[in-house]
Design a binder for this molecule. Structure first.
Ligand code: SAM
Ligand code: SF4
Length: 352
């Protein structure tokens, strides 16, 4: 058998060992996002807190937070379903002292392990995290103007900038800078593009402000106009499988746009499961009526819980919410469910 053939054989055998998680809309789960805490040391004006409710004070003890071993058990079960990437988030995940232990354990199960953080506590932990196997990170940075930063995030910019440099020095690549795009940050996009072009290893991620959980719909800006502007200036545009996100290369910077609001194409290509800090599986950021608790379950119980939450998954825009101002007329026909929509579909919310 040639080397090539042996590799394909081995690959197909490994793939067969995993039962894939596929929902009724043929969306395969490849990615899991785990909230490790609801506590946070910032108070960003736009925070949707992953749909968990308002963040809690950083110094509080939260007895409901998952233990290290439960987080790692969930990661192991996700890996057994062929999940390829895990991202830890919060609240602020760096408030967990066991974060490096969680990253190390996760790397044994899943190839891509990442983190989304406000960056304020990274400076002294970047090396520990890199040694634990963290290869990539998202750090939230809406502006490099200190006053605007404080007004938006209610925290200090300097520590975040030191955290970014510490990650780059520790060899963590890429460092993606998450910038929420809304009325208060729109003027800073070009400045952020320049900032990313100047430092190797940085990428910009523009996240459309999501009012679904945060309210304040009046803060939204025309994200399609932002995308048109980026497309005109870009030397290349790529489309990612996940959410059909666009990636633009502009003058030495790379910028990815995450624009879920009123975006059927985004939901049709969502391959992500979520876990709340209490260990509940969650099929969609915007929903909390599909939670499946997992604490106390054995391996078979956990596997059943994963299957249950995936059975309940429906595209948010297009099926869960049917009446909304469609943004992308060229996204093709809507996905058809292999099974009918849930019984309560008529009770589901309409446009924001
Ligand atoms: C909820 S935070 C949790 C992780 C960490 N505390 C941080 O700020 O990066 C995860 C990401 O969601 C983004 N985010 C929070 N509220 C948002 C909203 N209403 N619309 C869009 N993105 C939001 C944040 O900027 C951050 O990049
Ligand atoms: S740092 Fe993250 S979790 Fe904390 S308030 Fe800001 S967006 Fe929310």
């Amino acid at each position: 058998m040639s080397g090539l053939r042996r590799n394909s054989f081995e690959q197909s055998t490994a793939a067969a060992a995993h039962e894939p998680l596929v929902d009724r809309f043929m969306r395969r789960i490849t990615d899991i996002r785990i909230s490790l805490t609801r506590r946070c040391n910032f108070r960003c004006v736009y925070c949707h807190d992953e749909g968990l409710g308002p963040v809690l004070p950083a110094r509080n003890v939260d007895p409901l937070e998952m233990t290290t071993s439960h987080v790692l058990k969930l990661v192991e079960v996700a890996a057994s379903f062929g999940v390829q990437s895990v991202k830890f988030t919060g609240g602020e995940p760096l408030l967990r002292p066991d974060l490096a232990e969680i990253v190390r354990g996760s790397r044994r199960e899943i190839p891509r392990v990442s983190l989304t953080t406000n960056g304020s506590l990274l400076q002294h932990r970047a090396v520990e995290l890199a040694q634990a196997g963290l290869e990539r990170v998202n750090i939230s940075l809406d502006t490099i103007d200190p006053e605007a930063f404080r007004a938006i995030r209610k925290g200090g910019l300097a520590a975040v900038l030191r955290g970014i440099d510490a990650c780059l020095s520790a060899g963590i690549r890429p460092v993606k800078l998450n910038m929420v795009v809304f009325s208060k940050t729109l003027p800073f996009i070009d400045e952020m593009l320049r900032f990313c072009a100047e430092k190797a290893g940085l990428k910009l991620q523009l996240i459309q402000f999501m009012p679904e959980l945060a309210g304040l719909k009046e803060w939204m800006v025309d994200i399609d106009a932002v995308k048109r502007d980026l497309a005109q200036r870009a030397s290349s545009v790529e489309v990612r499988t996940m959410h059909r996100r666009r990636i633009y290369k502009i003058g030495g910077a790379e910028v990815e746009v995450v624009d879920p609001v009123y975006n059927r194409e985004f939901c049709d290509h969502c391959q992500r499961l979520r876990v709340t800090e209490k260990g509940e599986l969650k099929g969609c950021l915007n929903r909390d009526d599909d939670l499946v608790p997992t604490v106390g379950l054995d391996t078979e119980g956990l596997r059943a819980a994963f299957r249950t939450v995936v059975e309940r998954r429906v595209p948010y825009y297009g099926v869960y919410v049917r009446d909304f101002p469609e943004r992308l007329p060229d996204t093709g026909p809507p996905l058809r469910a292999a099974q009918p929509p849930p019984d309560n579909a008529q009770d589901l919310p309409q446009a924001l």
